[in-house]
Ligand binder design. Structure first.
Ligand code: HEM
Length: 534
């Protein structure tokens, strides 16, 4: 008996030792080796969080959220500080070379982020046989639709599925949707009462959801979709509309990525079915159940959902997964862009006045009939409106960077070795605040997109044109966003209409604060007081 207990104790000791060694290897020794391998590359940047075992860069994200800051605030600040220092010290001994690559550590997963124009340009030229899209445990949108075409390799199946949606949704010919977009917006504003405080972010999500739903299913079926019974952290079930449920699922996935066990090992966390993982899975299944039900009953035979199956040969599961991705990608991104613009216009009253003046001079008023092609053309020709849109996508970029790629083979990016298996991405956050490419990058100045304005040029030589890679909020190449035309049109027209018709104030604490961000993954929600029609 004593011998058995002794043997058992020895076994437990060995297992514990093996486990501790494994932890040490994964979270200490391996990162130390990686760091020392990359330290000699002067163009590689490793943030503070990179040195933290297990949490890695999530430590920084966690801190930001605790301080009610935008979750990637540290990346923006890194971009501002380093480029400002370089800009000020150029031509002196203190001048430092630009960083091309940032190493990010989440748990033991190494992510390589292209953060300079040079790195992004190079990455864009790497063939998809060497680096291509992949599924990641750490991507909230992908977790919502884990089998959508957006995460498959750039192959024939991806092409077929993407084209099926682009063609069926007529994504390159979207102006016919303008009257429907305007109606969805007017209906929403009509529900607001004078003096009421509005969660503008959520309200815009409902509008953009109606829009994408109408495009996908042919009619405004918003009210027909049953509510989702969404399980909260405390176990209670709250009834939510699909856009709110998708949005909460997205944020709950982000919280799951912060869980130490998930960071340590997603597969162990999955095996142990940790509460946040179980809840996210339950909520995702519930969203799919409601959508499946709705699609079976209410999607008519001419809807995009049906046509991608009947005309383009997609399976039911492919059609559903891709629909969920389109719903998520099409509602939050555009809604956050409109929200940011409405916030920024209040923060910069001169820009607001200039925009109103441009619209009025173009003959567009709050009572204009936006289904009239002449009015549509007048709005489309408003160049300042377009600069406002572009500047919003720079300063509060709705999407922070690309979806994840994986290195399928070893390759080099800006002379830095990228090992097979590394996750690769490009980030807009550094480029969008780079002092060497933008004048006063922390300020909202739409004029910088006006070719006749001095800020249009490169601030270093004050003559040459800006590298186009510096500002590509919809991505690049084959995997570029297919919703760009729709999103641009929706945002421009909705902003024009809101600016002309709505009197509003932004909550003072938000207006006076720096670095408010309303982009896709931000937890900030814009609060406005609706003061009635202008
Ligand atoms: C302001 C709004 C939007 C912005 C800034 C934006 C930005 C982006 C970015 C940066 C990517 C990743 C590109 C890459 O990884 O190379 C992307 C992908 C994608 N976006 Fe958008 N997007 C917006 C609106 C939309 C809308 C309205 C739709 C749907 C109608 C949409 C559908 C998609 C899809 C399906 C993909 C994946 C494409 C693929 O994998 O082939 N997006 N978007």
């Amino acid at each position: 008996m004593v011998q058995i207990i002794w043997k058992l104790l020895v076994l437990i000791l060995y297992v514990t030792l093996a486990f501790v060694s494994w932890l040490l290897w994964r979270f200490y020794i391996k990162p130390v080796i990686v760091r020392s391998r990359y330290r000699k590359h002067k163009n590689v940047f490793m943030g503070k969080g990179f040195y933290t075992p297990i949490l890695g860069d999530f430590l920084q994200v966690k801190k930001n959220l605790e301080n009610d800051e935008y979750l990637f605030n540290h990346l923006i600040q890194d971009g501002i500080n380093s480029s400002k220092a370089r800009f000020q010290n150029r031509g002196t001994d203190k001048y430092e070379n630009e960083k091309d690559i940032q190493l990010i550590q989440f748990g033991d997963s190494l992510r390589i982020s292209a953060i300079s124009t040079k790195a992004v340009d190079e990455l864009n030229k790497i063939p998809t046989t060497i680096c291509d899209r992949t599924q990641s445990e750490f991507h909230a949108l992908e977790r919502a639709a884990p089998k959508s075409f957006t995460i498959v390799r750039t192959n024939q199946n991806w092409k077929k599925r993407r084209e099926a949606f682009v063609r069926s949704m007529k994504l390159n010919y979207v102006s016919k949707n303008i009257p429907m977009v305007m109606k969805a917006l007017e209906d929403k504003v009509a529900t607001w009462k004078e003096g009421q405080e509005i969660n503008f972010s959520d309200e815009m999500k409902e509008v953009t959801f109606k829009v994408i739903l109408t495009i996908l299913f042919g009619a405004n079926l918003f009210d027909k979709i049953e509510k989702v019974g969404y399980e909260q952290e405390d176990g209670t079930i709250v009834q939510k509309s699909i856009p709110n449920a998708l949005n909460d699922l997205f944020h709950d996935h982000n919280s799951m990525f912060n869980h130490w066990l998930f960071l340590a090992s997603p597969s162990i966390a999955e095996f142990l079915n940790i509460p946040i993982m179980r809840r996210n899975k339950t909520n995702r299944d519930e969203i799919y159940r409601v959508l499946r039900n709705f699609l079976k009953k209410d999607a008519d035979k001419d809807s995009v959902y049906q046509r991608v199956m009947t005309e383009h040969g997609l399976t039911e599961e492919e059609a559903l997964q891709d629909t969920v991705f389109f719903l998520s990608a099409g509602l939050d991104t555009t809604a956050s862009g409109i929200t940011s613009t409405i916030y920024l216009l209040k923060k910069y009253p001169e820009t607001y006045q200039k925009l109103r003046k441009e619209l009025e001079e173009a003959g567009v008023t709050k009572d204009s009939d936006f289904s009239d092609p002449e009015v549509q053309e007048a709005v489309s020709n408003c160049s300042y409106l377009y600069y406002v849109f572009k500047e919003m996508t720079r300063i509060d970029t709705p999407v922070t960077g690309s979806l994840l790629r994986v290195a399928l083979k070893d390759f080099k990016l800006c002379e830095v070795p990228i090992p097979k298996g590394a996750l690769v991405t490009f980030s807009f956050l550094h480029n969008h605040v780079n002092y060497e490419h933008w004048y006063e990058p922390t300020k909202f100045i739409p004029e910088r997109f006006d070719p006749d304005h001095p800020y249009f040029n490169n601030p270093v030589d004050q003559k040459s044109r800006r590298n186009p890679t510096i500002h590509s909020p919809f991505g690049f190449g084959l995997r570029k966003c297919p919703g760009q035309v729709l999103a641009t049109l929706e945002t421009k027209f909705m902003v024009a209409k809101l600016v002309l018709m709505m009197d509003y104030d932004v909550a003072k604490d938000q207006l006076t604060r720096d670095h408010m961000k309303f982009s896709f993954i931000s937890h900030h929600r814009l609060r406005i007081t609706y003061k009635g029609m202008l």
